[in-house]
Design a protein around this ligand. Sequence first.
Ligand SMILES: *[C@@H]1O[C@H](CO)[C@@H](O)[C@H](O)[C@H]1NC(C)=O
Ligand SMILES: *[C@@H]1O[C@H](CO)[C@@H](O)[C@H](O)[C@H]1NC(C)=O
Length: 342
Amino acid sequence: QSPPSCCRHLLNTFCALYLAKLSSVGSISEEETCEKLKGLIQRQVQMCKRNLEVMDSVRRGAQLAIEECQYQFRNRRWNCSTLDSLPVFGKVVTQGTREAAFVYAISSAGVAFAVTRACSSGELEKCGCDRTVHGVSPQGFQWSGCSDNIAYGVAFSQSFVDVRERSKGASSSRALMNLHNNEAGRKAILTHMRVECKCHGVSGSCEVKTCWRAVPPFRQVGHALKEKFDGATEVEPRRVGSSRALVPRNAQFKPHTDEDLVYLEPSPDFCEQDMRSGVLGTRGRTCNKTSKAIDGCELLCCGRGFHTAQVELAERCSCKFHWCCFVKCRQCQRLVELHTCR
Ligand SMILES: *[C@@H]1O[C@H](CO)[C@@H](O)[C@H](O)[C@H]1NC(C)=O
Ligand SMILES: *[C@@H]1O[C@H](CO)[C@@H](O)[C@H](O)[C@H]1NC(C)=O
């Protein structure tokens, strides 16, 4: 399966994600490559051609999103594993589930993040630092005049990632859900922007401090979105005036904000393998015997029980400091119990 044909039925975010998986694609350096990405709608092909140099950041952002998703979900039944076929995350994400909400949010955040970083590092001709923050701050430090240009990254993510949903008229429930979660992902970066500083002066005396606004580490964005996943709101479409909007299904819940994740359908339990839906099941997953949480053997193995094996773990031990200056260790074998789901 080559990316052109299989991207056709996919939302563009997943095309980019798929590209991220294919190391063989190399860099997107010719307009011709944009044509080959048939999954992109015409507006996106044009954007791709006009923004060739940005497309590698899009891909990097997608890669970042996959890695972060897998980190945040490493101990859950659905562990964000990607498939070698399409859709990359399986059908779970083509339905309006909580997991889909997370994947959309982290992907649009990943794109905004990677593009912003590329701007600051001077890799791109179209953008650079944000120079609007300059001068001396009320706290007395000097702005460096080279802050992360998050406005550019967010605007690029909006125009590239959201265009697909908008082209469909943005009135279907799924389009509304995707747009909302895309925006929530970008908000997670915006609300965690921080100030980083560098001190100048004799031996770190910090006589002069220059600072700039910086994007948070992507891990923090992933963590914030994972919390939004845990507290996501189930919504349903409702006619509001002349348009449609998503409102909480349970009227007792307080309305969601722009920063919350929303979903339309309950998720499966992810216990058993179902390759048609891209669900791998939890058989063979490592679980924690003493934990009562979702990573514990009881919940992770869905009550099927687990196997226990003794495995040898190689570790560094009896480390000695030698003058001067290195540390020498021995290799020790330690027996540990490893539990895996039946
Ligand atoms: C996710 O779990 C499956 C088994 O259910 C395993 O094969 C896969 O390696 C895991 N993926 C990640 C990224 O941990
Ligand atoms: C297993 O769970 C317990 C209790 O939640 C925790 O203290 C421990 O660190 C966990 N072990 C591993 C290997 O994650």
